[in-house]
Design a protein around this ligand. Structure first.
Ligand SMILES: [Zn+2]
Length: 228
C-alpha cells in the first residue's frame, strides 16, 4: 500500500479500531481509557487533504485535533473558503486548536513571544468565536538555522489559558509519540508500532497525505503558484 495515501490512512484508522484503541482529539481524550490514540494534525502549509482526512476520521467514528496557524502565508482562517472548511471540521466533531509560532515570529518582529502568543490565541478565538483549548508549536527550518529554542523552554504554555499543550510530557513522553514529519516516520512505520504501546499521540501533517497527484496539482500545492 502506498505510504501517505488516503487508503493507507484509512487502513491506519481501521487498525486502531481492530486493536481496540480509543482514537480522539485532545478535548475528547479520556485518561481512563486503557488503550488510547490522541490524533493531532498540525496544519502547516496546505489545506489540501484536510477535509479528506477529517471525513475518513468521521466515517471511522473518531475525532482529531486540527491545529491551525494564524501567521501562515498559505492560508487565512477568516477567508470564507477556509472558514467553511473549519466549520465542517467542527460539524464532524473535530477540535480546532492553535499551532502557535510566537517564538519565531516574535524574533522576526522584535516582539516579546509572550505578548504575541496572547495575541495569537485571541486572534484565533475571535475568528472562530470560541475558546481554544489545545496548542502546539510550529517549528520550521528557521528554528534549526537560527537556533530558536522551543517556546516551552522559556514560557509556561498553560499560563496562557490552554488546557492541552501537545508537547507536555504527559502526551509526548508518557505516551508513545509518533510523527510523520517530512513524510517520514522517523521511528518506522506507524503500522509496525500499533499494538506495542497502550497510549500514543500521533501527529499527522495533512501536507504529506494525498490522493493521486494532490501534492503536485492540489489547490494549495507548491507548484501551482498558490502555495508557498
Ligand atoms: Zn508546524
Amino acid at each position: 500500500m502506498k505510504k501517505f495515501s488516503y487508503k493507507y490512512y484509512a487502513h491506519i484508522l481501521e487498525r486502531c479500531r481492530a486493536e481496540g484503541y480509543r482514537v480522539s482529539s485532545f478535548t475528547d481524550f479520556d485518561p481512563s481509557s486503557p488503550k488510547t490514540v490522541i490524533l493531532r494534525h498540525d496544519v502547516d502549509y496546505t489545506l489540501d487533504g484536510v477535509a479528506a482526512l477529517a471525513e475518513m476520521e468521521s466515517a471511522a467514528g473518531v475525532t482529531a485535533s486540527y491545529l491551525f496557524r494564524v501567521h501562515a502565508h498559505e492560508y487565512n482562517l477568516f477567508a470564507p473558503t477556509t472558514f467553511v472548511l473549519v466549520r465542517k471540521l467542527k460539524a464532524l466533531g473535530h477540535e480546532i486548536g492553535l499551532h502557535f509560532e510566537a517564538g519565531s515570529i516574535g524574533r522576526a518582529l522584535d516582539m516579546p513571544a509572550a505578548e504575541l502568543l496572547v495575541r495569537e490565541k485571541r486572534t484565533i478565538e475571535t475568528i472562530l468565536g470560541q475558546e481554544i483549548l489545545t496548542a502546539s508549536e510550529h517549528r520550521d527550518f528557521s528554528h534549526v538555522v537560527h537556533d530558536t529554542p522551543a517556546l516551552d523552554q522559556s514560557l509556561d504554555i498553560y499560563a496562557f489559558g490552554f488546557k492541552f499543550y501537545a508537547m507536555d510530557p504527559r502526551y509526548s513522553k508518557d505516551m508513545k509519540y509518533l510523527s510523520d514529519s517530512n513524510a517520514n516516520w522517523r521511528e518506522g512505520d506507524l503500522l509496525d508500532h500499533l499494538g506495542k504501546f497502550n497510549r500514543y499521540q500521533i501527529l499527522i501533517h495533512p501536507d504529506w497525505w494525498f490522493e493521486s497527484d494532490l501534492l503536485l496539482k492540489g489547490k494549495y500545492a507548491h507548484g501551482n503558484g498558490n502555495g508557498g
